[in-house]
Write a protein that binds this ligand. Structure first.
Ligand code: FAD
Length: 372
């Protein structure tokens, strides 16, 4: 055994919260990270004075006061409010679906007019019984126009499958808002850390009791690590940990294409979704709009986000939590429960789509189980 109490595999939010809390309790922690930088998918990097979200747009939101206070220890947040806009074949629509969207679609002006229009559209399609797929589910919730223009193409690109081949459960609810409110999230607290996300993880890991090594893959020396460290916190892929013994879990991957443009303001909003089927990317992020006062520099950085199938070796961005994969995950979770010296955590270790506030919460629960 070496002098460390914990090996944390992965420097994303789960691993970093755990390492931070362990160090606060006097434990010595080694963090290893296979990428060349810390912070996992919340990593941001500055170019031309603009914080670029390297792994997709990240907006912090929560209604949990404790989590909000927790994360505010590590950064100040601005008042950014997520209000994406959809581009469908050149027509612009406000999101999420609200009175502005309905006005853009149909010219309706009052909640009553909009409500009638949606009900009329839902009735016009004679669906019998339970929705059998995502298409039927979406139409039963919001009618045909919203489905055709704002949901179908986007969802099919995201999943790489036809909406009629996707399960209905992917869309359980489609919030429809009869107010002129473009705020995407309903949460009490929302914002972007001023100066980017990476500083949050840097500060979490800033301790004499924590050592960090990047460019190190756990699987290159798995047996040695398990022999040398009394306890391991593993935030990589749970199926890979068990050498895909029961088969592969399914993931969705993404490809990001960054471009620097010599204009001050390219699209007028941080996030524009491309909801038609023809445009190969799902959205364009213009990073400077996440921060205010970055206006007139004459330069901007945009990122096109392309969904992609996942195969071994690719970055697994999203777990695909359908019935089959969840069943397979449960088999792995049983094996994991028997690894008494390993804590499996985070999006890949627990094979669950966690938002940032959820992963922080989940890590703090594990910390509590471990130490308190
Ligand atoms: P990760 O951040 O993935 O960290 C895991 C780390 O482990 C990675 O750095 C990885 O390189 C490392 N690792 C894996 N395997 C190994 C290995 N074998 N050896 C060494 N290191 C390893 N959340 C929000 O709240 N709001 C948003 O707007 C939002 N937008 C998102 C957009 C996209 C495109 C994506 C993909 C996610 C988004 N999220 C958002 C979710 C957010 O990214 C996650 O909640 C958070 O990053 C999860 O942290 P984690 O520690 O579980 O995983």
């Amino acid at each position: 055994l070496n002098s460390y109490d914990y090996l944390v595999v992965g420097s994303g939010l789960f691993g970093s919260v755990f390492a931070h809390e362990a160090a606060l309790r006097g434990k010595r922690v080694k963090v290893i990270e296979k990428r060349e930088h810390i912070a996992g998918n919340i990593y941001t990097k500055e170019f031309d004075g603009i914080q670029v979200h390297q792994y997709g747009a990240h907006i912090f939101h929560t209604s949990d006061r404790e989590i909000w206070d927790y994360v505010n220890q590590f950064a100040k947040f601005n008042r950014y409010t997520n209000s994406p806009v959809a581009n469908y074949k050149g027509q612009m629509y406000n999101l999420p679906f609200n009175m502005n969207t309905f006005n853009e679609l149909w010219g309706t002006r009052t909640p009553e007019e909009a409500f009638k229009k949606i009900e009329e559209q839902k009735r016009a399609v004679h669906l019998v019984g339970q929705p059998r797929n995502l298409e039927e589910q979406a139409i039963s919730l919001v009618g045909t126009d919203i489905y055709q223009k704002l949901i179908k193409g986007y969802t099919e690109k995201q999943w790489g499958k036809k909406a009629t081949e996707l399960p209905a459960f992917i869309i359980r609810r489609l919030p429809v808002r009869f107010t002129y409110d473009n705020n995407y999230f309903n949460d009490t607290y929302q914002g972007i850390p001023i100066g980017g996300y990476t500083q949050i993880v840097e500060k979490m890991l800033d301790s004499d009791l924590i050592d960090i090594e990047t460019n190190v893959d756990f699987f290159a020396h798995k047996d040695r690590y398990l022999g040398e460290y009394p306890k391991v916190v593993f935030t990589g892929m749970i199926d890979q940990y068990f050498d895909y013994k029961y088969g592969e879990l399914e993931y969705r991957s993404l490809r990001f294409e960054n471009e620097e443009l010599n204009v001050s303001n390219y699209q007028g909003n941080a996030v524009i979704n491309y909801t038609d089927a023809e445009t190969p990317y799902t959205r364009i992020i213009e990073h400077k709009h996440f921060e205010f006062g970055k206006g007139d520099s004459g330069k901007t950085i945009i990122t096109r986000e392309y969904p992609a199938n996942w195969k071994r070796g690719d970055e697994p961005y999203y777990p695909v939590n359908d019935v089959q994969n969840n069943k397979l995950y449960k088999q792995y979770a049983k094996l994991a429960a028997r690894e008494s010296n390993v804590i499996f955590g985070g999006r890949l270790g627990q094979y669950r789509y966690f938002d940032m506030h959820q992963v922080i919460h989940s890590a703090l629960v594990r910390v509590h189980d471990e130490f308190d």
